[in-house]
Design a protein around this ligand. Structure first.
Ligand code: PMT
Length: 219
């Protein structure tokens, strides 16, 4: 049990970007390689958890012992997450696109004349906030906040407004998206832990250790 501290627990992880189709050949997306989310899924599985990984389009191999569900758009991701509940813990590391085009063009938009097309956008569902408000809310809900400035302050606000337990405040002012290293602060209720820059794998291991500690102390 000591080294499989999440044995018997079901952990849901989201990772990667979402792609919001404009027409059959074009999309809008956020920057994300999926590395941080996949490392968390791998660390949770190594800790003995049953792991469901809802993944946007990435070029990564499924970690050992992880049940992976591939999705493309934010709406697909929202549905897959809904269907994965209930779980004990959810860690939402996906970089969900905040907007999608209001109307999808089912044929390729042509470059007619000089004026480029004007994209009309509409807001995507907030997956994290809807899990927080769900009747099947996990015991521990962990979100991310990718910030370029006022990292901890913005993350604190997101923790409150989205109704989540912990926020991993991710400083993305450097070369985080796609890279192997990360710099995060763990924002809890009334407490912030400043973690040194480290590899995404180490962030994942440390986060899973904290999650296990929290679950096992509450049981
Ligand atoms: O994938 P990598 O290249 O390894 O990079 C990792 C990462 C930087 C993408 C990752 O660590 C990270 O910070 N992910 C969150 C990115 C993000 O979009 O953050 P946000 O501040 O926009 O969103 C806040 C939280 O709400 C996140 O948990 C996000 O998953 C969630 N969200 C956001 C919008 C939306 N419509 N639905 C959501 O659930």
């Amino acid at each position: 049990i000591e080294h499989r501290p999440l044995y018997g627990k079901h952990v849901l992880v989201t990772a990667g970007p979402t792609h919001e189709p404009i027409d059959p050949v074009r999309y809008l997306a956020n920057r994300s390689s999926g590395k941080q989310g996949y490392a968390i899924a791998a660390a949770a599985a190594a800790a003995g958890a049953k792991v469901t990984l809802v993944s946007g389009p990435v070029h990564l191999r499924t970690p050992l012992g992880v049940d992976r569900i591939d999705v493309e758009s934010a709406e697909d991701m929202a549905k897959a997450v809904r269907e994965a509940l209930p779980v004990d813990v959810a860690v939402m590391a996906a970089a969900v696109a905040d907007w999608r085009t209001k109307e999808y063009n089912d044929i390729k938009i042509k470059k007619r004349g000089a004026a480029p097309p004007a994209l009309v956008l509409t807001e995507n569902p907030d997956i994290l906030a809807s899990v927080a408000a769900s009747a099947k809310r996990p015991d521990l809900l962990v979100g991310f906040a990718a910030e370029t400035n006022d990292v901890v302050d913005n993350a604190r606000k997101k923790r409150k407004s989205k109704g989540v337990d912990w926020i991993v405040a991710n400083d993305v002012s450097g070369d985080v998206m796609g890279g192997n290293d990360n710099h995060v602060h763990l924002v809890k209720e009334g407490k912030v832990e400043h973690w040194d820059p480290m590899t995404k794998q180490d962030v994942a291991t440390k986060l899973i250790e904290e999650i296990a500690e929290r679950l096992n102390n509450d049981d």
